[in-house]
Design a protein around this ligand. Structure first.
Ligand code: HEM
Length: 479
């Protein structure tokens, strides 16, 4: 999700320590009425009580971002804030400006559903580490209706679950190819470098119709965008290079259209005329970037959690029945969007009893909301059998991730095939030695060294191609 919050822009924020915790709220004996149209019977009453706006004893609840104690846990302050003040005023460490952070599930839904909160980064009060330029054409993640609606509609049909299901065979082939290469190596192997990063890059290139000869160019650039070590100016250069290349590719697709998303976007520009050529290329660039780092880190981080939970891993190996539940739980438990979704209030809005004024910035912490005990009992525990896993890992409201059916399919095929092909997979170093990404907008690991027992390392499917029988076996065999 680099276009809406570049990882590099948050580096300074993450390096600052949390400060005092001084917010108190006015207590009453009345249960609080919280605003959200997602409220349903399933919800346990939230144990806190409050009425009216918060009373700040000192001005701010904390400095954001706060640090994690343990790599698989969230900063401890989140639970306290969620309990006492799910909409809290904080100071941003990088520039000292003040914004609201939202840690409660219902409050998060309320903000993300409310059209009075804008995604436009140039709006007054939008939480930003630096002055934001208007988004490049087509970058609808940073736009409000009507432009957001017009541009999202241009690709909505491409991401319908039945259309995405058609990609199953080619994604399976890509996963098989990567695992063929991995199992030919001598462990330890870095699973980030050899699997988690190349898989989404290859899939999104397939989707857009990037020719094989250009793949290395695209992979290299998308990769730089995910690099914490690359400077801001390098990120900018790379984005321009990607766009220039996509423009050239779009010109070719205009003359010789193929069965791919970029050809269809250009055809839409020519025939329907509701998007410009620049917007068509901008949408393609957005997909390249948005669908890469999030997914790569989810694959890697989810694999860490599974390898750290051998009993759960064994259950998954015994049969695929629990895989769908495990995927949703991994998305909830390790929500990779670490520094939240940013919005600016365009009017005075009350959320959960707290008044947010027009022109104030809001950061919705999806990871904190996904651990809200009022929605997910024992929310800090990884539980693959959780029912009604209505997590917010893909956001919520009009900007909810358009790529989620593709993300779910890639996660399913990646983990099912990885665990089946390398049943003895394990971490090659203790958890404490794994370098976690603490400074980037998307949480995850920089490297994931894994090993396996080579004697019975993989289950006889190496170089087997991708026949229909194999695809069926991949879907139904034990993982
Ligand atoms: C595990 C993987 C992924 C996660 C956790 C994720 C998460 C998110 C989140 C939280 C949003 C909401 C942003 C906001 O409200 O400001 C979002 C939006 C978006 N995502 Fe994803 N995403 C993932 C994969 C993908 C993939 C595979 C694609 C496409 C190839 C994609 C494309 C997009 C786009 C285009 C938007 C903007 C939607 C809009 O503004 O209407 N994402 N994603």
């Amino acid at each position: 999700m680099l276009t809406f919050a570049h990882p590099a822009t948050y580096n300074e924020m993450a390096s600052q320590p949390a400060t005092s915790q001084v917010l108190k709220s006015e207590q009453t004996s009345e249960p609080e009425m919280l605003s959200s149209n997602r409220a349903g019977d399933r919800r346990a009453p939230r144990p806190r009580v409050r009425k009216g706006p918060h009373v700040l004893i000192e001005k701010l609840a904390a400095t954001f971002p706060m640090k994690r104690g343990c790599p698989l846990e969230l900063p401890q302050e989140y639970a306290r804030l969620r309990q006492e003040s799910p909409v809290a005023r904080v100071r941003l460490a990088f520039d000292g400006s003040e914004v609201w952070i939202v840690t409660g599930y219902r409050e998060a839904c309320a903000v993300l559903e409310d059209p009075r909160f804008s995604s436009d980064g140039v709006r007054a009060g939008f939480p930003r580490p630096m002055t934001m330029k208007p988004p490049p054409p087509g970058t609808f993640i940073r736009m409000d209706p009507p432009d957001h609606t017009r541009l999202r509609i241009a690709i909505a049909a491409e991401f319908k679950p039945n259309r995405i299901e058609n990609l199953r065979a080619s994604i399976q082939r890509t996963v098989d190819k990567l695992l063929d290469e991995i199992t030919a190596l001598t462990p330890p192997v870095d699973l980030v470098d050899k699997f988690a990063l190349p898989l989404p890059a290859m899939v999104v290139c397939d989707l857009l119709g990037v020719p094989y000869a250009d793949r290395d160019f695209f992979h290299e650039r998308i990769r730089v965008i995910g690099l914490q070590s690359a400077s801001r100016s390098r990120h900018g250069e790379v984005r321009e290079e990607l766009e220039a290349h996509l423009f050239a590719l779009a010109a070719i697709k205009e003359k010789e259209p193929e069965d791919d998303l970029l050809s269809r976007l250009i055809a839409r520009h020519r025939q329907v005329g509701d998007i410009t050529r620049e917007e068509a290329v901008g949408i393609a660039t957005l997909l390249l970037i948005a669908g890469y780092e999030t997914l790569a880190n989810m694959i890697a981080l989810g694999t860490v959690v599974l390898l750290e939970n051998p009993d759960r891993l064994e259950e998954l190996r015994r049969g695929p029945a629990k895989l769908a539940g495990a995927i949703e739980e991994l998305l909830r438990y390790q929500t990779v969007i670490m520094f939240g979704l940013r919005r600016a209030a365009t009017a005075d809005v009350e959320i959960g009893g707290t008044l947010i004024r027009a022109g104030e910035g809001v950061i919705v912490l999806l990871d904190a909301a996904n651990r809200d005990e009022a929605e997910f009992s024992d929310g800090d525990r990884f539980n693959m059998c959780r029912e009604a896993n209505h997590h917010l890992a893909f956001g919520h409201g009009i900007h909810a991730c358009i790529g989620q059916p593709l993300a779910r399919l890639e996660l399913e095929i990646a983990w099912a095939t990885l665990l089946r092909r390398i049943p003895t997979l394990q971490l090659a170093v203790p958890l404490a030695e794994i370098p976690f990404r603490n400074e980037t907008f998307v949480y995850g690991v920089h490297k994931l060294p894994v090993k396996w027992q080579e004697t019975h390392g993989y289950a006889g499917t190496r170089n087997r191609g991708s026949t229909r029988e194999n695809e069926v076996a991949d879907r139904s065999s034990s993982v």
